[in-house]
Design a protein around this ligand. Sequence first.
Ligand code: MOS
Length: 706
Amino acid sequence: MTTTAKPDAVGVARTRIEGRDKVTGAARYASEIPFTELAHGWLVLSTIARGRIRAIDDAAVRALPGVLTVLHHGNAPRIKDDVIGALGRPDPIVEVFQHDRVPHAGWPVALVVAGTSEQAREAAEALVVTYDEEPHDVSFDADKEGAYVPQDAETVKGDVEAELAASTVVLDAAYTTPEQHHSAMEPHAVTVRWDGGRLEVFDSNQGSKWVADDLANLFSLDLSAVRVRSEHVGGAFGSKGLRSHHVAAVMAATELQRPVRIALTRRQVFAITGYRSPTAQRVRLGADADGRLRAFAHENRSMTSTLREFVEGSAGFGRTMYDSVAHHSVDRVVPADVGTPTWMRAPGEAPGSFAVESAMDELAEKLGMDPIALRVRNEPTAGPISGLPFSSRNLLACFEEGARRFGWADRDPRPRVRREGNRLIGTGVAACTFPSGAAPSTASVTAEPDGTFTVRITAADVGTGARTALTVLAADALDTAPERVHVRIADSDFGAAWVAGGSMGTRSWGWAVMAAARDLREQLTLRGTEIPAAGVTVTTNTAELIAQLAQKERYAFGAQFAEVAVDVTTGEVRVTRLLGVFAAGRIVNPLTARSQLVGGMTWGLSMALHEEAVRDETFGSHVGADFAGYHFAANADVPVIEADWVPDEDPDDPVGIKGVGEIGIVGTAAAIANAVWHATGSRQRHLPIRPDRVLLAEADRAGHDA
Ligand code: MOS
């Protein structure tokens, strides 16, 4: 085995391996890979929000230039409707063209396939679909009837009502967050072809084996008959699993026996690829005069579709955060005639932290305590509910470092005392946390005769830098230079692996890669230096290794600091500083890790001030479902964001990575809302903090003052 002097690979800032390919356009995304004989599919989405398809008149459309076929419930093949995949049942929207029912606006009712994308689109827009409409209800609020508690969605410790009654200070407040959309830079796209009896899928997804197996099961194919690849992905954030366009494309490629591509438009991405449910939350906190929590109560409500129960589990946030004598947390869901919500960056924690961390700030105000001191006072030594030890919990170190860097000690705690012209200035903090899990994955590492190594794992690099991190981890375990390691990812033929989700990707894949690499290194030591032409390969699955990890509370933590300037004449809130300090385990690549954290915090800012999907109750569909109508933070809205971390070693974890994909968005909106209170003296409990909400608060204040 050829080795070079080992450079420090882990912990050194490193640009993305594929970065040059991406910025020069050499990297090909799912809708850019050329195929001969390629046909283009265009989905037709329902214009009604509930009812039945009466008729689809496809004859006229079939006669239009270039049209190859029109698929709908009247002619599409049957697929299985009881598939349970690696992450549960696929979103029911994948069961396209199986019946005449329309459960929500934007339900796919037909696919038009033509020789060019333009022909397909023109024909799709000409397709006449008539419906029998039924009344629909897309509304959501805190009091809507029909809400229920799903399984395992409620946690009770002690008697919250009794402890609230015994508390010196009680806070009881309601918070809401609106429907939000991921809408990644790269819209969803897939190209499908049959190749020698195998279904070949070129996709943009978060897990190629996951998508391949779900697709195989839906079409009753052998798992080995489906190959999915997803070489480059322009963002995913929870929205890129198997969806309706995959299934429609397979149907069309099967009928036509030629490659079929479906690339969604931005509006279609909004309509059919999932979103974050709105939430309505109530937080009740009871404390002694010294700030010790007696009662912690968090009730959350979110929306789901009539097709499937999806829970935006916001009530989970407090279960690891704070000690209290009594605890009650519960998620409820209420169905509506809408598409099924899905995972979106920090599902549960993002909206949950807004409510709880705002409430903690309000409690601190009532107690006359510093908000950081209140959190220190209620810092648990073990899991507040589980009693399990924390693998590591360095939240207080994050607050200490953050407070030092932000200059928190100099803060005047009184609200509405700093003014610069028309602008009121304020600062706020919030805590954040996100679970740190690992899931079984398979990795192969091959020692090549030329002294290089090839790693194969069905990882997905959705823009996180996972490919680069895995290269560095493999090099470290092989005791070689990263330049000698070639990592190949995102091919379902490489075997089962965890998806790019739950902030568990790099940890789960890294574990498998490291285990295989170490194994290989040992084998090579035993064999000597002879490498046969085929190389020497070791394949490892981590299921047993992960099962051996001690039962502990494994979470990343962080402290978010924000400064805002609020223009009280226009209602505009500008975030002028944002600092996040995180305890997120071992940082493999500081450059891409920081980029993940800053990206999450940017989204948190966007969530605090801008993002809000609006449904038209008459039509049941979104208003302005595009990048003009769905307002989100642009460059000019975002200050220089600082993200950093404190040492957070976990001696009994062989990987030590905690994941940084999601924690950056957690708590950010609360820190900003708390800063808005500090600036203006008014609480903003409903996101986004729009100018009209700020002006309304100012008007209320003027009314009270008068
Ligand atoms: Mo994510 S919401 O873990 O893809």
